[in-house]
Design a protein around this ligand. Structure first.
Ligand code: R5P
Length: 291
């Protein structure tokens, strides 16, 4: 078995390789001036190759994954496993208007055609219950970082009320809260545009206790920013956030910090200054379960 890591996921892949006691090789990647991608793999590969890369900034990365997977097959890989802790294009899961591309299904089929196994962490599954409805292969594995996040929170705080910013987040918030014995509540959110959020907080008492907002990802940061402002208005002052996937596009992090949050923590699914919850143990166990 060989771990093949893209440069943007190298340190996490190295920790995964150490846990699996497997060799690691880096994918050589170059972007030409017109943004075409050049990929080079080690000329000889093992039968089982595990390709590691999170799929934030997805449009370039999906093309590079296609080049990598097809080249790996040409070089003799017979079993190809994708470890993509952040999985892109999972949010558009139905055609909300005639003509809309259901990108979850389309990208899912693309990945199913390239890989024998796909492992990811806390994918944004809303209207479907299992990952292989989106990626139609047997080993489409959805892991959860709930244990890692719960353990981290327990070490940081004696007690906190966990807040899910919308109904979709309840799946993660409830699991984490139940694991560590913290209470949780769920806000109501409506997204009116990429950066326009309407939110109503639940009726719970929110003052005089630390509050941790939990979500699967922060993209524009508007969800966390709005929740923080509303919580402050409701009398909360120790407000924190944990997200599994730190996408943090453009001014997202600054926007959340300006809202007055005390700290933002994330897993290392994507390299970011907030990444402090490591996922290599979870991913290694996930791989061991399928080989
Ligand atoms: C949405 O349903 C997700 O769970 C997140 O709440 C959302 O993607 C966060 O996006 P943003 O940071 O742009 O508000």
């Amino acid at each position: 078995m060989l771990i093949l890591a893209f440069p943007d996921y190298l340190s996490q892949a190295q920790r995964l390789a150490d846990r699996l006691n497997a060799p690691l090789a880096e994918v050589i990647l170059h972007h030409f001036p017109d943004r075409e991608s050049f990929i080079r793999l080690p000329p000889s590969l093992t039968e089982h190759v595990i390709v590691c890369r999170s799929l934030n900034q997805p449009n370039d990365k999906l093309i590079e994954l296609l080049l990598c997977a097809r080249t790996a097959r040409e070089l003799g890989a017979r079993r190809l496993t994708l470890v993509a802790p952040y999985l892109c294009y999972m949010r558009q899961d139905f055609a909300n208007q005639p003509g809309v591309a259901v990108s979850q299904r389309i990208i899912g089929k693309l990945l199913a055609g390239l890989f024998d196994d796909v492992l990811t962490v806390d994918p944004h599954l809303h209207r479907i219950s299992s990952l292989n409805q989106a990626i139609p292969i047997k080993n489409a594995i959805s892991l959860t970082a709930a244990d890692e996040i719960g353990l981290f929170l327990k070490q940081k705080l004696d007690y906190a009320l966990l807040l899910g910013p919308d109904s979709e987040s309840e799946q993660w918030v409830a699991t984490i809260a139940n694991k560590i014995g913290f209470d949780y509540c769920i806000a109501h959110k409506e997204r009116r545009g990429d950066k326009q959020i309407e939110m109503t907080l639940p009726d719970n008492s929110l003052s005089n206790k630390p509050i941790v907002i939990i979500d699967d990802m922060a993209s524009t940061g508007r969800t966390l920013g709005k929740a923080t402002r509303l919580l402050q208005a409701a009398g909360a002052f120790d407000i924190y956030a944990v997200v599994t996937h730190a996408l943090f596009c453009d001014d997202a992090e600054a926007h959340i910090l300006q809202a007055g949050i005390k700290a933002i923590w994330s897993t290392d699914s994507i390299d970011h200054a907030t990444s402090c919850i490591e996922l290599d143990g979870l991913l290694a166990d996930g791989i061991k379960a399928i080989i």
